[in-house]
Design a protein around this ligand. Sequence first.
Ligand code: FAD
Length: 425
Amino acid sequence: MTNKPQYQVVIVGAGIGGLTLASICRRLSLSYTILERLPSLTPAGAAISLSPQALSVLDQLGLYSALKAVAQPMTRIRVSQNGKLWNELDWTICEKIYGYPVVTVERAKLMQILYAAAGKEKVQLGCAVQDVVEDAENESVSVHLADGRILSASIVVGADGIRSAVRRTLARETGNANAGNTIKFTKRVHMSGWSHPLPGLGEKELGVANWLFYDDSVMMTFGGRDNRQWFIAIRECEEIPDKDRSVWVGVTPGMIKEVHGEKEHPFAKKTGKLGEIVDQAERVLATNIFAEYAYPPMAVSRVALVGDAAHSMSPWFGQGGTACIEDAAELGNTLYSIFSESQKVKEALQAYRSRREKRTQEIAKFSADFGRLYSAQLPYGLGGIVRGLLFGYVPSNIWLWWLKWLYGYQPILRGLDVSGSEVDK
Ligand SMILES: Cc1cc2nc3c(=O)[nH]c(=O)nc-3n(C[C@H](O)[C@H](O)[C@H](O)COP(=O)(O)OP(=O)(O)OC[C@H]3O[C@@H](n4cnc5c(N)ncnc54)[C@H](O)[C@@H]3O)c2cc1C
């Protein structure tokens, strides 16, 4: 006789991917829990931009109004080189074409929305998962926690980020070296921060992003609500103390100013320098940038991966979090087909795997290629010329037409009542 598993779904990790999937499980009335190793949910990053595909999913989950109340749609992108304006792109047409804008939102605010939607009582904090073992006899998976407990589920989802423990266990199960953690340092360091509302800016600057190219580095700033600025500067840096860590410890505004403070910024109304915006920072951050050099299978038997656990990607086009939300939507549909339409677990998860691997690897490649263009790293010294042509002359409607493959991918969540959402209109 087989023992019935405790849960239909156990999700490991309460980041963007895990919480989005949990909120889908909740709407599908599945039995689920989320295991998070940290004692509280405190997102490391400053802010995040979400693209139309992600907003379409959040809308179907009934979360779009809450998000709109704290997010700022991107209105324009101003592209400059060494302080000289090259081009200005109208990004308001994104919403007209794809139904949703690109928005910038403080990470902590996004996480609060997702945490509530996932069901706070379903999130078990301070629970580090150490191992995941298939139990063929009971048609389930055992999840081993650091505190000695063992939980069981029909399906386990690894949403545990760039150094995923679940992914490591897949490597052992499959004997596939690529299923282990295969991230490499890209020799690039990102420094960023989230500012208070900037004095001297008004309505016409709301939602304006600045993409700024300098001789030795690149920078992007995105306008948040009330003209807060999310600033990100990226620079090549080989000699760093700890290449294996993601987040630098003890970063201060002074450190960022030392590296990037003298760069021109059009929103620094007094001095014209980025340092003035860094002085307005509520919080700052620095991380090493990693990328995958091989990808794991996104599902093996009864275990699936979502988000960075499956495909960490460089942040150049801001798609990692959006890809987590796409994964969650597709996996949510897979769970619906398993638990409401009696599809076989392993077959359904393999179908999820084949749908998602191609798409997410395309997005990761696009992000890396975009980074090479953005930071003018092309062979034969062509980088500066190609970057100048692309960013200086291509108008917004061509950019947005070209991005159809990315922004136009908007999965419909099955088994949910979406009346009242934008999708319904
Ligand atoms: C500088 C930078 C800028 C970015 N900008 C953007 C952007 O603008 N737009 C965008 O879409 N994306 C962006 N991204 C990418 C995005 O932040 C990530 O893709 C996304 O946050 C990954 O979410 P996740 O849920 O997969 O993983 P995570 O957010 O890493 O969550 C994983 C969770 O699992 C927990 N965990 C780990 N191990 C265990 C364990 N063994 N047991 C239990 N819990 C565990 C962790 O504590 C964590 O809470 C950016 C990334 C960086 C670095």
